[in-house]
Design a protein around this ligand. Structure first.
Ligand code: PMP
Length: 417
């Protein structure tokens, strides 16, 4: 779709206009009605292919999965189960039994904290996270610590927003049971060296979980090369529907884990004398799943497979550089995080205005950004700010978005100075 010329530099191979044209919400609807969407780290917009797949499923193919013997349900089940294979291709792995469908990253992490954590973590044990984690990768571990008497340890970051690897390693000890790390920070765009960090954990027999919510939308992910034990992501950030996501887990670990929630679909047999459970992944999928959501996620992954991800990442890298230079030229503007490997997130402050005021003025100019703590309050505390303004990019972002952002920020400065 976006491969114009294989000899061209990767960034030039990427046809952003062709990608953008597939997102109806971004269509140029005339003066004052065009959306500059720079909140893709919160959630990504949907291409027509995903919208069509959802409509088609509800219009022609809708039925519950796993239980019906009639053709419609069999077809629905096949399409639903086929999405596990698509997830395997996305994560460069091969066993669909390692793919658990969840409501999203948050539920995937809670599943591990409750099921694996309940079985493997006890009083005095330690769980290591980093200073830049999203609340979804902090609070489930705090709850586990409250339940078990384990302790949460926090690996520090530098002012550049990068994890200090030596300090991380120094935290790993005989009581460390798990490290839980963002692959990419939603608030800074920092790309953590997860393969190296997971290797440090693995060499000490420590289990690892990687929160991939922000990584999957920005480039190729290979869970086997990372060497983690669990990997989580959300469909809605990767151009699919809300309400669905994935926990990928190593099969030996999933097979040994107790159920997370009880109900239909997760059992082998139920009696009042005793219930036995289905194998993974069904053991972790109690209740009627979000069938349409999973099929929509499959459509998003199909759509993504058509994209030249290397070219898209190179394009994004150039766009991020363009955006960083343009923002840094604005007097009084400060960008948080300077990881050279960072992906398309620009969190910033403007010395004349509060982040919420910035976002409000920008909205009037048709520019959607996020202001707040970005579900990373410990990170805000580290930088000594209550909130940050954040512009975030996706495959459909282009220079026109950045130009609109810069012009709206100039308006903000005029209003507040
Ligand atoms: N981790 C990170 C790094 C995130 O950015 C997010 C979403 N903002 C989450 C976890 C939680 O994802 P969800 O709300 O889709 O479960």
């Amino acid at each position: 779709m976006s491969v114009a010329n294989h000899d061209a530099l990767p960034a030039d191979r990427f046809d952003v206009a062709a990608v953008r044209a597939q997102f109806p919400v971004l269509a140029d609807d005339g003066p004052g009605r065009t959306l500059t969407y720079l909140d893709s780290a919160a959630t990504a917009q949907k291409p027509q292919a995903v919208i069509d797949a959802l409509e088609d499923f509800y219009t022609r193919e809708y039925a519950s999965v796993h239980r019906g013997v009639y053709a419609l349900s069999v077809r629905s089940t096949q399409r639903f189960e086929a999405v596990r294979e698509k997830v395997c291709r996305l994560l460069h792995t091969s066993d669909p039994r390692e793919v658990v469908f969840t409501r999203g990253t948050t539920e995937a992490i809670n599943l591990v904290a409750t099921s694996w954590g309940g079985q493997n973590v006890s009083a005095g044990d330690e769980i290591v996270v980093t200073q830049l984690e999203h609340h979804s990768n902090i609070v489930p571990w705090q709850l586990l610590c409250e339940r078990t008497g384990a302790r949460l340890r926090v690996a520090p970051i530098g002012l550049d927003g990068c994890v200090e690897v030596d300090a991380f390693e120094a935290l790993l000890g005989p009581r460390t049971k798990l490290v839980a790390l963002a692959h990419v920070s939603n608030a800074l765009g920092t790309r953590l060296p997860v393969a190296a960090l997971c290797q440090l954990a693995r060499s000490r027999g420590i289990t690892s979980l990687v929160d991939g919510a922000q990584a999957v939308p920005h480039g190729s992910v290979d869970v086997l090369a990372i060497g983690c034990d669990f990997y989580a992501f959300s469909a809605h950030k990767v151009f699919g529907p809300t309400g669905t996501g994935v926990l990928w887990g190593r099969r030996d670990l999933l097979d040994a884990m107790p159920p997370y929630q009880g109900g239909g679909s997760m059992i082998r047999s139920v009696s009042f004398e005793g219930t036995t459970y289905a194998d993974a992944p069904q053991r972790f999928e109690a209740g009627t799943p979000d069938v349409a959501g999973v099929i929509g996620m499959g459509a998003a992954l199909d759509w993504l497979e058509e994209i030249d991800r290397e070219a898209a990442a190179a394009f994004e890298c150039e766009l991020l550089r363009y955006a960083s230079e343009a923002l840094e030229a604005i007097p009084g503007l400060h960008i948080f995080g300077s990881d050279p490997e960072k992906v398309g997130v620009l969190s910033f402050s403007l010395d004349c205005a509060h982040p919420h005021d910035i976002a409000t003025i920008l909205d009037r100019e048709g520019v959607a950004i996020r202001a707040g703590h970005h579900c990373a309050q410990p990170l805000m505390k580290f930088y000594g700010v209550p909130a940050m303004a954040r512009a975030s990019l996706a495959l459909y972002s282009d220079r026109s978005d950045i130009d609109a952002l810069v012009s709206a920020l100039e308006t903000t400065r005029e209003i507040f100075s």
